[in-house]
Design a protein. Structure first.
Length: 73
């Protein structure tokens, strides 16, 4: 989110298999207001972490940025 502090932005993801997920937008996603490290449409590899007692999936590596000419799945 580029605010100087590490922030985890809750959102949804489509499970693609293995450790790969496609990032989906939140209902109020506004690219003019927020800068996400992995924008909606990006395919990412993720890891599970326990944050404040809750198991969450954290995107850690981009596998595909959504451009049709750069598919690396």
């Amino acid at each position: 989110m580029d605010e100087g502090t590490e922030v985890f932005r809750p959102t949804d993801a489509e499970v693609l298999g293995g450790d790969r997920f496609k990032v989906l937008p939140t209902h109020d996603y506004d690219p003019e207001d927020e800068q996400w490290e992995f924008v909606p449409g990006t395919v990412v590899s993720g890891v599970h972490k326990n944050l404040e007692g809750e198991d969450v999936l954290i995107a850690v590596t981009m596998s595909y940025d959504g451009r049709k000419d750069d598919l690396t799945l």
